[in-house]
Design a binder for this molecule. Structure first.
Ligand SMILES: *Cc1c(COP(=O)(O)O)cnc(C)c1O
Length: 213
């Protein structure tokens, strides 16, 4: 299953983030040995347990809600934080990136689903983040794009329209020069149940767990 999905995504120029939460080091190594290098975890504690046991050339993605007090643990090595969903969190990432003498890459997570429980920014939050960026407060943050999760539903039209909405947000931000064009280019959307729709709607990264393991 892994190679089929990988080849399908490669053909569409979409990057595969293998979501390894709840999976063992051995299960991760099984995909690593087939060439997979990008892995995603949603909990910092679990990531911190696994990361030292795995090869150093894995790029780790944080995909779940991130608490401010946990940023310091991942700041030295994280490749991309998909779940930047709050200005205070972004300011904390800035502080820890500076301490580590790094630039940290983030995606702005937007709330595109119906469900109340899913984290994410509203479009109206953009202005304050933009102001913070423009006033030079976030020199160690590299804004790389957007992330979103569709409603958990069988209604494919609904999922499609939510992904389209995220794409529109991305295009709006891009047209406002929210970040330099070179780096602001990622749309992280699509999970095991809906990634084919996400690819059709312009995802540049999908986050897959269940279908891979
Ligand atoms: C678990 C998780 C995924 C992967 O979900 P699957 O349905 O197992 O593919 C993707 N994104 C986030 C944020 C997750 O927490």
């Amino acid at each position: 299953m892994y190679t089929e999905i990988r080849d399908f995504l490669n053909a569409h120029n979409v990057k595969l983030i293998a979501v390894s939460k709840t999976r063992s080091v051995a299960q991760i190594m099984h995909l690593y040995d087939q060439g997979q290098r990008a892995f995603g975890e949603n909990r910092v504690q679990e990531l911190m347990e696994k990361q030292p046991q795995l090869p150093g050339d894995i790029e780790w993605h944080l995909i779940g809600h991130l608490q401010k007090n946990k940023v310091k643990y991942i700041a030295p090595f994280i490749h991309l934080i998909h779940s930047a969903d709050d200005l205070e969190l972004i300011q904390t990432i800035q502080k820890e990136a500076y301490k580590n003498d790094r630039t940290i890459r983030i995606l702005l997570q937007f709330h595109i689903a119906d469900e109340q429980t899913k984290f994410g920014l509203a479009e109206s939050d953009i202005e304050t983040i933009m102001a913070a960026r423009e006033s030079g407060q976030l020199p160690n943050i590299l804004f790389c794009g957007v992330m979103g999760m569709a409603t958990l539903t069988d209604d494919k039209d609904k999922i499609r329209s939510e992904f389209r909405h995220l794409k529109t947000i991305f295009e709006n931000l891009k047209s406002r020069n929210f970040c330099d064009e070179v780096h602001f280019r990622e749309i992280s959307m699509g999970m095991s149940g809906d990634y084919e729709i996400a690819v059709e709607e312009g995802a540049t990264m999908v986050r897959l767990g269940t279908v891979l393991f």
